[in-house]
Design a protein around this ligand. Structure first.
Ligand code: NAP
Length: 474
């Protein structure tokens, strides 16, 4: 691997302490990566502060053109990034290419948004004073990302931060730091000045991030990961009243009505379940099928899951790679054992393969009881857990019965009914007759304990900006 050290102020730094990154398909060590400490965090903050002074003073068009160049360069090297993603995360080639494309698109979208930080001038109704509203860069941002999308969860934060005029320090997940490190030479080539983006992999994560969140120069913490860590970060962020953006866990329901086009419903459910082999906050976690179509739906979904080829994601014929690590694989196996013990029926899969790699087979469970752990918690693996329903109000109540509110999916041929159901679902996003909602141009994010704030869309850049209002007379 070419890039395994800390990236601070546009230069590579070795550290005495290092940690291994493992290929989940082979269980072999891919690379030994530098582990940042407190002094490295201070150096990165100094660099980001200095670089931001110049960057935030550049015109929006100048910032936009650097981001646009980053999109062009990344798009020209999709295969390179997809390969790295597969090596460190395990996901199959098509999934990895999809992620690399999605990741690059954030640079294009925020290149377009950089020049549209609209403000306004109005007149105060009573006093007649002019109300001038404008958006300014919020300050240094600490970005913390998970392992399930090693490229996209980073670019979804870096691109809007740079568009807004902020400098950043990014702490990638310890399982998958290599893709983000490999992106840095590309950003340099695109014209990102030294120090504006710094990457600090670390095995001392909690202390490192906590230190940065208490530095008075930091104004934004943008986190994607589990709800538990999100809560910890919100508490730390409270000390300096930082602007938080929290993209946390999900427990996505899929509701398939008896008037749904079954081809569309199967294709959409497969995408919602198996994109990223289920290791996604948007993954279909609870699949509610109307009882009139449940036997047919179960038969077709099982056939589609059985047709998937499992193996090392570097093999182009493979559809499903390994899970990211042994703990994630074992947790998935526990969810299946628990559901079966509580009365679910195994339609396919469910047996751990022998040999190396953290593989788990595509699995379908039917008749899953509400009490099963996989109904309450994120499965984060290739297990489709099916339940049936007969009453619309009842299924909406069941779908909303969770502390999460990231995304829900609805399949129905009756648009009026479908939209009424969408509005009653307490979720930040709904896929209607679609199994994929992620789009750089759309505001991604959840309600309840799935998070705060939105990434992408027009809202994404505002997460890195402060609104200033000037009351003026002239
Ligand atoms: P995680 O354990 O919360 O880790 C995410 C990041 O937080 C990693 O970089 C991790 O570093 C870091 N971290 C861990 N403990 C920390 C602490 N005390 N202080 C500061 N940072 C800390 O989550 P994960 O297992 O990587 O990812 C899976 C979770 O992410 C799922 O719940 C999934 O739903 C969620 N997710 C949400 C979205 C969304 O947009 N809503 C998208 C993708 C994933 P280390 O790796 O060094 O521990």
């Amino acid at each position: 691997m070419d890039y395994t050290d800390l990236y601070i102020n546009g230069a590579w730094h070795k550290t005495p302490e290092r940690f291994d990154v493992i290929n989940p398909a082979t269980e072999e060590v891919l690379a030994s990566v530098a582990s940042a400490g407190i002094a490295d965090a201070d150096a990165a903050l100094d660099a980001a502060e200095a670089a931001m002074a110049d960057w935030s003073a550049r015109t929006p068009r100048a910032r936009s053109e650097v981001l646009r160049k980053a999109w062009e360069l990344m798009t020209a090297r999709l295969d390179h990034f997809a390969h790295l993603i597969t090596l460190e995360n395990g996901k199959a080639g098509a999934d990895a290419r999809g992620e690399a494309t999605y990741a690059a698109e954030f640079f294009r979208w925020f290149a377009e948004e950089a020049v549209r930080a609209d403000g306004m001038i109005t007149q105060a109704p009573a006093s007649g004073a002019r109300i001038i509203v404008q958006h300014k860069p919020a300050g240094l941002a600490v970005l913390i990302t998970p392992w399930n999308y090693p490229a996209a969860m980073g670019t979804r934060k870096i691109a809007p931060a740079l568009a807004a005029g902020c400098g950043v320090i990014i702490k990638p997940a310890s399982e998958t730091p290599l893709t983000m490190l490999a992106l840095m030479p590309l950003l340099e080539e695109a014209g990102v000045p030294a120090g504006l983006v710094n990457v600090l992999p670390s095995r001392r994560t909690g202390a490192l991030v906590d230190h940065m969140l208490h530095d008075p120069r930091v104004r934004v913490v943008s986190f994607t990961g589990s709800t538990g860590v999100g809560r910890t970060l919100l508490k730390s962020a409270a000390d300096q009243v930082l602007k938080p953006a929290m993209e946390l866990g999900g427990n996505a329901p899929v509701i398939v009505f008896d008037d749904a086009d079954l081809d569309v419903a199967i294709e959409g459910t497969m995408l919602a379940k198996m994109r990223n082999l289920g290791e996604a906050c948007t993954a279909a976690n609870r699949i509610y099928v109307h009882e009139a179509i449940a036997p047919e739906f179960t038969r077709r979904l099982t056939a589609a899951m059985q047709a998937l080829k499992v193996g090392d994601g570097t093999d182009p014929s493979v559809d499903v790679g390994p899970l990211v690590n042994a703990a994630t694989r074992d947790k998935v196996a526990e969810f299946v054992a628990d559901a079966l013990a509580k009365g679910a029926k195994l339609e396919c899969g469910g047996v751990l393969p022998e040999g190396r790699g953290y593989f788990y087979p595509p699995t379908v469970l039917s008749n899953v009881p509400e009490s099963a752990d996989c109904v309450q918690d994120e499965i984060f693996g290739p297990v489709a857990a099916l339940q049936t329903f007969s009453d619309q109000d009842d299924v909406i109540t069941r779908a909303n019965n969770t502390e999460y509110g990231l995304v829900a999916y609805v399949f129905s041929g009756d648009f009026k009914r479908a939209l009424q159901v969408c509005e009653r679902l307490d979720y930040g996003m709904v896929g209607l007759n679609r199994g994929l909602v992620s789009d750089p141009a759309a505001p991604f994010g959840g309600t309840k304990q799935s998070g705060l704030g939105r990434e992408g869309g027009h809202e994404g850049m505002l997460e890195f900006m402060e609104t200033q209002y000037i009351s003026a007379s002239w």
